[in-house]
Design a protein. Structure first.
Ligand code: URA
Length: 203
């Protein structure tokens, strides 16, 4: 069993919150542990719960399209969520569920050590930066625990409003520029919003 399978098995056996009893499948995440980009959404939805794979519904197709416009395939990146099980009726994740589930995300990030972590939507942004608003920091590069965090809108928002689609498209282009042009910098460990370093993408 390789490391990815081992962690998937751990997630499959998890019953730390009630979602563990309600799910059809766990959705640990998908992609190579050598990926330079990790995308983090909120939680599996109906299709993801049925298939055990992240972002396989309409929002996932939009994500695939955004990736291919900047020269990436889904299999080049690692895609996961804050929660690994679907909340009933797609309700928002509860604080206790986030607390129970995010040690798995931490293990994944520790193994992968990506150059950039792209948070999709407000829930995954607030896991790293509880006080920041997505509308204010999307498309800006932030530092957290010496890692590069790049918040963008959730693809589901772009399904509802083309304004969000245009912003996402723009932010994906900047993400690639960042990967190509900017080396990962050393910086003090912090999750304090006041010490966030904004990138050259600042407006
Ligand atoms: N939305 C998410 O946040 N994650 C998924 O996997 C699918 C939809």
């Amino acid at each position: 069993m390789n490391e990815i399978q081992y962690l998937a098995e751990e997630i499959n056996n998890c019953r730390k919150c009630s979602l563990g009893c309600e799910r059809t499948n766990t959705v640990p995440g998908e992609g190579p542990y050598s990926a330079s980009i990790v995308f983090i959404g909120e939680a599996p939805g109906h299709n993801e719960d049925l298939q055990g794979k992240p972002f396989v519904g309409a929002a996932g197709r939009l994500l695939d399209g955004l990736l291919s416009q900047v020269g990436f395939e889904r299999q080049d990146v690692f895609i996961t969520n804050i929660l690994k099980c679907r909340p009933p009726n797609n309700r928002d994740p509860l604080p206790a569920e986030i607390k129970a589930c995010t040690p798995f995300l931490e293990k994944q990030l520790k193994k992968i050590q990506p150059n950039i972590i792209v948070t999709l939507g407000r829930f995954s942004l607030s896991y790293f930066f509880p006080t920041l608003q997505i509308g204010k920091v999307r498309g800006k590069l932030l530092k957290w625990n010496n890692q590069n965090i790049y918040p963008v809108y959730h693809p589901a928002a772009a399904l509802r409003n083309t304004k969000f689609y245009d912003l996402l498209k723009n932010d994906f282009q900047q993400m690639v520029q960042f990967l190509e042009e900017k080396p990962v910098e050393e910086s003090p460990i912090t999750d304090n919003p006041e010490s966030i370093q904004l990138s050259f993408f600042d407006d």
